[in-house]
Design a protein around this ligand. Structure first.
Ligand code: KG4
Ligand code: ZN
Length: 350
């Protein structure tokens, strides 16, 4: 019998809680094991090569590949941690936001696992997971702090007032910042996902092309990237109509500055205004070298502590889910029953 009250009580009695985290919201199949002090394993199988030929993630293909990969990834996470299934105390899984079919693979597997081993099931919000990746390498990090989650699906500015309290204060109204990076990359012929390639190319370029400099893309916490994307498309098409091609490094640098500068100013400004002393970066775009440098420099100027994870913990991974799941399990929150469903548009409350 799957009894949530009994499981809640069992967790409350544990000194050490060993959590398996499962992530399958987009094109990474991932599992990791975390015990509150140490990351015991972290296995990620990326599907990037499978989707690259289509220029973006094909949801049905992502789901099918998660189904094929996930059992082996979980076994590898256990093996690398030197643990057996019996050693686990809870199973945490991303239940949103993300592609519905992809999420369902993780959620169904986690439910089956929890049921078979009679383990508590912890529902993890993917955005909160990204933020929690910061705890792995920054043991001194404690709420309250402000977080910027910049990824392929999100541009979210969030107040973290406690380990389990998140409040959205700013968010994208159209394209997420990573989506804009990927679309610009595609326009200039770089393979999917192009964010990292734009980052590399920008280093040889100058911020010399005026794209959106005079326009405001953030108003009252509403963040827009579709105007910037269109500005790049118009710039490139105008050149091509004249039979010319853009200077790629300069375009990459100019786009990166136009994408990052207003966002960095907004996040730093809000953090100061709201009295935070620490800002954390998270999500795939948080591995962007210009965003990291700009935020660090602005932080130093304004007396804010700016921190971010190593690149491997910025893009989707199981470790962030295991850490978020551990914090929930420790506090006895976000425990789910076997009726847990995937929620593709799951939000952080505002
Ligand atoms: O967090 P993530 O793996 O998936 C989502 O939750 O969306 O983020 C993936 C995004 C992609 O848009 C990718 O192009 C972008 O992160 N990205 C970067 C960099 N590395 C990954 N964008 C800019 N600069 C990078 N170095
Ligand atoms: Zn993500």
């Amino acid at each position: 019998m799957y009894d949530m009250t009994e499981q809640y009580n069992r967790l409350a009695d544990k000194k050490r809680i060993v959590v398996l985290g499962i992530e399958s919201s987009c094109d990474e199949t991932a599992a990791a094991i975390y015990d509150g002090e140490r990351l015991l394993s972290n296995i990620v199988a990326s599907q990037i090569d499978i989707h690259a030929r289509f220029g973006g993630v094909v949801p049905e293909i992502a789901s099918r590949n998660h189904t094929l990969a996930l059992p082996g990834i979980i076994d590898r996470a256990l093996a690398e941690a030197g643990l057996r299934q019996d050693d686990l105390d809870a199973v945490a899984v991303t239940y949103g936001a993300g592609l519905i079919g992809a999420l369902l693979v993780g959620v169904s597997s986690a439910k089956a696992y929890a049921y078979a081993r009679n383990l508590p099931l912890v529902a993890v919000n993917h955005i909160e997971g990204h933020i929690c990746a910061n705890y792995l390498e920054h043991p001194d990090l404690r709420p309250p702090f402000m977080a910027l989650v910049a990824s392929g699906g999100h541009t979210s500015v969030i107040e973290v007032t406690d380990y389990n309290a998140y409040r959205l204060i700013g968010s994208t109204t159209d394209d997420a910042i990573g989506e804009a990076f990927d679309k610009v990359a595609r326009l200039i012929g770089l393979p999917y996902p192009g964010g990292a390639a734009i980052d590399r190319l920008s280093k040889d370029g100058q911020d010399c092309i005026p794209l959106m400099k005079h326009k405001k893309n953030i108003t009252d916490g509403l963040i827009s990237y579709s105007g910037l994307k269109t500005a790049v498309v118009n710039y490139v098409h105008t050149l091509r109509q004249r039979g010319e091609e853009p200077n790629v490094p300069n375009l990459c640098a100019s786009f990166t500055h136009a994408a990052v500068d207003p966002l960095a100013d907004y996040v730093i400004g809000e953090a100061k205004r709201r009295g935070f002393s620490t800002v954390v970066l998270a999500g795939g775009v948080a591995s962007n070298s210009y965003l990291r440098a700009k935020m660090s420099a602005e932080g130093e100027k304004t007396g804010l502590n700016v921190i971010f994870p190593s690149p491997e913990y910025c893009t989707d991974n199981g470790a962030m889910v295991a850490v978020r799941g551990y914090l929930s399990a420790r506090a006895g929150v976000n425990l789910a029953g076997l009726d847990l469903n995937a929620v593709s548009n799951l939000r952080v409350p505002s």
